[in-house]
Ligand binder design. Structure first.
Ligand code: ZN
Length: 207
């Protein structure tokens, strides 16, 4: 039976797995000359194949779905860990922040500002404490909404603090946390990048 690609994840060996509309998983490795799938190596390539039909042998065999059902208790503990992490970020608690991440965890600060980019755990540990240097009186987050589902927690929040330059800093965030076995696999932060440039970067932009 032909089934559409609905999404992707990586397995424990970092090989790509397509999540099919039927709920079955199928490896989509790029392993020339056995399997030529250069598209799977890039986010753009994977996105371009969403909706593409693959033959699903598991459907032909009537196999049960592979989609893991994340237990409610895990969803709730992910929600709780997320709120605790936001408090650790607000008080610049670098060790708690870094220890929350999985060893292969990543922080993705969106946009094209001087501080945008993808950071690994050692980089996160280095600069997590710099919040206190930038905001000597601390940074206050107001959490407006939390949505926890599967292994992901989405948070709408407002951050406020007096920057070391004397300027008031207010930003509006949408954080997306992805958890794995109680450790943070990825945090993506979406925010008003103009406010980041104006206050945190003193108006400076990448060349
Ligand atoms: Zn299937």
């Amino acid at each position: 039976m032909q089934q559409a690609i609905a999404g992707y994840h990586q397995d424990e060996h970092r090989d790509w797995v397509a999540e099919l509309a039927c709920g079955h998983y199928q490896h989509v490795r790029h392993q020339p000359p056995l399997a030529e799938r250069p598209w799977v190596e890039s986010a753009e390539g994977r996105a371009s194949m969403l909706g593409h039909l693959l033959r699903c042998k598991k459907c032909d065999l009537g196999a049960p779905a592979d989609q893991p059902r994340v237990p409610r208790a895990v969803v709730e503990s992910n929600r709780q860990r997320t709120l605790e992490l936001i408090q650790a970020i607000a008080r610049g608690d670098a060790n708690t922040i870094a220890d929350t991440y999985a060893d292969d965890g990543k922080l993705h600060t969106m946009g094209n500002t001087l501080i945008s980019g993808i950071y690994d755990k050692s980089q996160i540990r280095q600069f997590a404490g710099s919040v206190l240097e930038a905001f000597p009186e601390g940074l206050h987050y107001t959490v407006n909404a939390v949505t926890a589902e599967g292994d992901r927690v989405a948070v709408e929040a407002t951050g406020q603090g007096r920057h070391v330059s004397g300027q008031d800093y207010i930003n509006h965030y949408h954080f997306l946390f992805t958890w794995r076995d109680g450790k943070l696999l990825e945090l993506k932060e979406y925010m008003d990048t103009e406010a980041v440039t104006e206050v945190l970067c003193g108006g400076a932009r990448p060349e």
